[in-house]
Write a protein that binds this ligand. Structure first.
Ligand code: GLA
Length: 718
């Protein structure tokens, strides 16, 4: 609900639901200030007065009681004496900065940012605040969408040039939030290939701290997320304000602790390579940013974020257990018709219902040095084309999936010779920058987008593809478009991401049953933007299930299990040589969507029997392993060899998954409080009747085990 009231010098907008209140006040008839973000209020009474002092070094307008550098502003502009990091930089046609846009009006219309991922606004309230700079006639519209049922809201901003001259937007954040609390830590996630989502908790320093990617994609190096957390924040205690940007490109999240110890949070697209010429009559939309608030630590943050992503972002086409057999770690580039047909038999044997032919199926692709860009089936490897494999799979009621990396190209491709200007690059005379031997197609160009839609549609239709594994194995550099005017260069990164979204959306609309898996050398582009357009995500190239469990449980701070895919692979593992029992590999690969990525013919019959048994267990518990909310029973981890416990909480039943990590010689039972069960309910663990209170506080018993890296799954019947 949004309550609007008038004041002497402005307005108050109280955005409240059962869980949270967010209060905005217009003061001095022009400044948009944040007055409250916290637990739901019965009413707002301005208990914290605004600071009216003109403190040392403060800048103010003549006769004005407020200094702009003290106000908690919802959005800020450059060069106006608010020396903190600003959220917007705009220059007019004479290259002069726009220093302020003043509040003008509001409405509560439902609006949506065109062509961008966004919360599917089923339930909620909109508020749009219109700000205007009279000199340039630039309108800056601050949008808010408050969810009905959860402690979250979404913000984004529209720039509209209502004047007669063009303007240049040099920075356009999605949100700014000034927080009056001081002594906070920050939680973020960083990492690299095969080691995604490493947690970082540190004090917010005096001055400026930044989490950013300038890689043209969100990246495993830095996730577009930050949470401001209490110093004593732990599994179940502590306030948090968290911000997750729905954006798959370069981003910047800035935190600034100012001289009066307020903290300013700014989040948006990275302005480093950004310069948007806004012609008269046109608009520019920033990506959406999701804001969360809670008082009960990591468990509440995970539950809230997963619920929002499940209910408002993901629209998955996976309605039944999808059991994948993927050819990558069994054949690598050496895939062919014979191996693919054998894989169909193996899939049948263990009850997999999706066969994915990974990299290596197309012409001139026998190693990482091979060709990318043409996507023509290699007739030497597949003399009867892929159609044959697809037909045989379908005859056996197995879906047919294909790996592809559409955004990439190599100089060995026919496409490159035909369109050398379709790659991102400064121009053909300067050095091309390779990564994994490949270059990046310029998706900011409409002709490239159209070409990819055509090529992918043909592949999908000719081979009746049910599933695409959409890979992205390098990041963008340089982010220049060839043969375009100077004015367009500053738009390339933004337009690239919109081009990618456009292709994904077009394919989704054209093929309503097509399942798309998001992959970027594993979890290199896991973000709320990509989750809007895809059905699941390959979270890491680390197929050591223990290492991946560490990554997955950390990722569950933000994203739900239903988007993760996890594959059972061979032991010793291909990436780190870790040796794990079959049971550990199967149970830990059962979180999310279970798959297999090994030559099953190399396993013994007893191993196959155990796999089949655990696969049946996966199917029986699918609604918990895939659709539940994953809650932490142990803190976020940097090391896979530590113990890790999670509670998969379903509507009635729950499942504890506990990984013992590296063993020790203390043979005593441990007790694991389950924290999140309904305390008014009675549960059964095996045939023992136990109250929710007892399970939450005394917990379940974790018996000692011998040997490294065992796991335990305990079902809690509700
Ligand atoms: C990436 C993916 C892998 C595999 C290879 C193929 O690394 O993450 O799963 O598909 O590419 O080249």
């Amino acid at each position: 609900m949004i309550k609007v009231s008038k004041t002497e010098d402005g307005m108050i907008f109280n955005l409240s639901n059962q869980k949270v209140s967010y209060v905005i006040q217009i003061v001095d008839n022009k400044f948009v200030t944040n007055r409250y973000f916290g637990p739901a209020l019965p009413f707002f009474a301005e208990s914290r007065d605004l600071d009216e002092g003109h403190h040392a070094f403060a800048v103010y307008e003549e006769g004005n009681k407020f200094s702009v550098s003290n106000l908690p502003l919802e959005y800020s502009f450059s060069q106006n004496g608010d020396y903190r990091q600003c959220s917007s930089e705009v220059r007019d046609a004479d290259n002069l900065p726009l220093t302020f846009a003043k509040y003008v009006s509001y409405d509560e219309e439902a609006v949506h940012p065109d062509n961008l991922p966004q919360l599917r606004s089923k339930n909620g309230n909109f508020l749009n605040l219109y700000l205007k700079d009279e000199t340039t006639s630039l309108e800056v519209i601050l949008h808010y969408f408050l969810l009905d049922d959860l402690a979250g809201l979404v913000r984004w901003v529209t720039y509209k040039n209502t004047g007669s001259k063009s303007l240049n937007i040099e920075k356009a954040n999605s949100l700014q939030l000034d927080i009056p609390d001081t002594d906070l830590n920050m939680l973020s996630f960083y990492g690299t290939h095969a080691n995604e989502f490493v947690p970082s908790v540190k004090p917010i320093p005096d001055g400026i701290e930044e989490i950013s990617s300038n890689r043209g994609s969100s990246s495993p190096q830095h996730h577009p997320f930050v949470a401001l957390i209490d110093k004593h924040f732990d599994l179940n205690h502590g306030n948090f304000v968290a911000c997750n940007l729905m954006w798959s490109g370069s981003f910047k999240i800035g935190l600034e602790k100012d001289q009066s110890n307020q903290i300013r949070l700014n989040a948006g697209i990275n302005e480093d390579n950004f310069d948007w010429k806004l012609e008269p009559g046109t608009i520019f939309n920033t990506p959406q940013a999701i804001l969360l608030f809670g008082q009960n630590g990591l468990g509440e943050m995970s539950s809230l974020s997963q619920q929002i992503i499940k209910d408002y972002v993901v629209e998955s086409r996976i309605t039944k257990p999808l059991l994948t057999l993927n050819t990558w770690e069994s054949a690598y580039f050496d895939i062919d018709e014979k191996k693919s047909l054998e894989a169909v038999d193996q899939a049948k044997e263990i009850g997999a219902n999706l066969l994915v032919i990974d990299d290596g199926w197309f012409e001139n692709r026998n190693s990482e040095d091979g060709q990318l860009g043409d996507w023509i089936v290699d007739k030497d490897k597949f003399p009867n084309t892929l159609q044959k494999i697809s037909d045989v799979a379908h005859q056996n009621k197995i879906k047919f999936g294909l790996w592809i990396e559409p955004e990439m190209i190599t100089t060995s491709s026919k496409l490159f010779h035909k369109h050398p200007d379709w790659i991102l690059g400064i121009n053909s005379l300067r050095n091309k920058l390779y990564s994994r031997n490949q270059l990046v197609l310029d998706l900011s160009k409409i002709e490239v987008q159209d070409h990819l839609i055509e090529v992918l549609s043909k592949l999908i239709e000719e081979n009746q593809i049910d599933y695409l594994k959409w890979d992205f194995n390098r990041q963008l550099a340089p982010t220049f478009s060839q043969g375009v005017s100077r004015d367009v260069q500053g738009k390339v990164e933004y337009k690239y991401v919109l081009g990618l979204y456009h292709i994904l959306e077009t394919l989704r609309n054209k093929y309503p049953k097509l399942i798309i898996e998001n992959c970027a050398s594993g979890g290199g582009r896991v973000d709320a933007g990509m989750l809007y357009y895809t059905d699941q995500t390959w979270i890491s190239d680390l197929t050591d299930s223990l290492g991946r469990f560490r990554i997955l449980t950390n990722m569950a701070t933000l994203y739900p299990l239903e988007v993760f895919s996890s594959h059972f692979s061979k032991s010793p593992n291909e990436q780190d040589g870790r040796i794990l029992p079959v049971e550990t590999r199967m149970i830990l690969s059962s979180l999310g969507s279970l798959g297999f990525e090994l030559d099953l013919d190399k396993l013994s019959s007893s191993e196959i029997d155990m796999i089949k048994e655990l696969k049946d267990w996966y199917v029986d518990n699918y609604y918990l392993l895939h659709d539940s909310i994953c809650l932490p029973l142990t803190p976020l981890r940097q090391n896979a060899t530590d113990t890790i416990g999670v509670l998969l909480k379903g509507k009635s039943d729950s499942l504890v998954i506990y990984s013992y990590g590296a063993t020790d010689a203390v043979h005593q039972p441990q007790y694991l409080p389950l924290k999140y069960l309904d305390e008014s309910r009675i549960y059964y663990v095996a045939d023992r009747k136990i109250s929710g209170v007892e399970l939450n506080y005394a917990g379940v018993t974790i018996p000692p085990v011998m040997g490294d890296f065992r796991v335990k799954a305990i079902k809690i019947f509700g």
